[in-house]
Design a protein around this ligand. Structure first.
Ligand SMILES: C[S@@+](CC[C@H](N)C(=O)[O-])C[C@H]1O[C@@H](n2cnc3c(N)ncnc32)[C@H](O)[C@@H]1O
Length: 251
């Protein structure tokens, strides 16, 4: 299992999260392995084959309740405003189009529906070479971290030195911020990032992450009740396996 999947799972478990959203799901390597009562996935090019989908139901039954949206993240937020307002998002993994503009828009749109104790996790925000920071690879999503740390003093943000950089964003007063304008951020080069990496990204190690994890508030008792109900339904489905086939048509 990938590091990002383990990290996301730890956050989901700690929060007792109900709703998980992943922007950019590709082959489903991450979303199909994450366990959460309700998972939403958005990607204009979903590459999960029907065979893989069915297999995933047996490997991880929480996939029975997945909702996959074959569209861009902008369209998803535009078309599902009422639904998202009603449910509220607990954990959101942003891993779609890797550009400053789009990843920033993904964060700002997510914030409209994020529960107060919710968490945004951003992938690929710490490229370790000029080559990996090119468009088509990790791109300049790292600039979104700098932007948010400069312009949103109501968000706590750090980047974990794990995989290609995992940004963690929660609501609350930050201990440290930056003071760059969007026009300055746009002009930043990879060399600027290399020279100021620790300061720009508020880089942290795994010890910090585990302390942070312990500090998270979990959801309410209603969530606990819905989780018990969810466990019960899954156990029943497994006892009577033919029932699983009824769910094959769930998108
Ligand atoms: C790096 S992959 C995602 C990998 C996946 N999250 C995982 O962990 O296995 C990026 C995905 O973002 C999708 N994507 C590109 N533009 C997008 C957009 N505007 N909205 C949502 N997804 C987008 C691509 O089609 C691609 O499948």
């Amino acid at each position: 299992m990938k590091d990002r999947t383990l990290l996301i799972q730890k956050v989901i478990n700690q929060l007792k999260a109900d709703y998980y959203l992943e922007i950019g799901i590709n082959y489903g390597i991450n979303i199909l392995n994450v366990i959460c009562p309700r998972k939403l996935g958005v990607d204009p090019r979903v590459r999960i084959t029907p065979r893989k989908k069915i297999f995933s139901y047996f490997k991880n039954p929480s996939n029975l309740f997945n909702r996959l949206y074959p569209c861009t993240s902008d369209k998803f937020f535009e078309n599902n405003e009422n639904f998202l307002k009603k449910i509220g998002l607990d954990v959101v993994f942003i891993d779609g189009l890797h550009t400053y503009d789009q990843s920033l828009r993904d964060v700002l749109n997510t914030l409209k529906f994020l529960n107060d104790n919710g968490i945004i996790i951003m992938h690929d925000v710490n490229p370790i070479s000029k080559r990996s920071a090119q468009f088509g690879r990790l791109g300049d999503t790292w600039k979104t971290i700098i932007h948010l740390r400069s312009k949103h003093n109501d968000l706590k943000i750090f980047v974990l030195e794990c995989e290609t950089g995992i940004g963690i964003i929660t609501k609350g007063k930050p201990k440290n911020t930056l003071k760059l304008d969007p026009s300055e951020i746009k002009k930043l080069t990879y060399e600027d990032l290399r020279r100021n990496r620790k300061e720009y990204l508020n880089l942290r190690d795994s010890d910090y992450f585990f302390k942070f994890l312990k500090s998270l508030r979990s959801n309410t008792q209603i969530t606990l009740f819905s989780k018990i109900l969810y466990d019960f339904i899954l156990k029943t489905l497994f006892r009577f396996k033919p029932l699983l086939y009824l769910y094959k048509t769930i998108p």
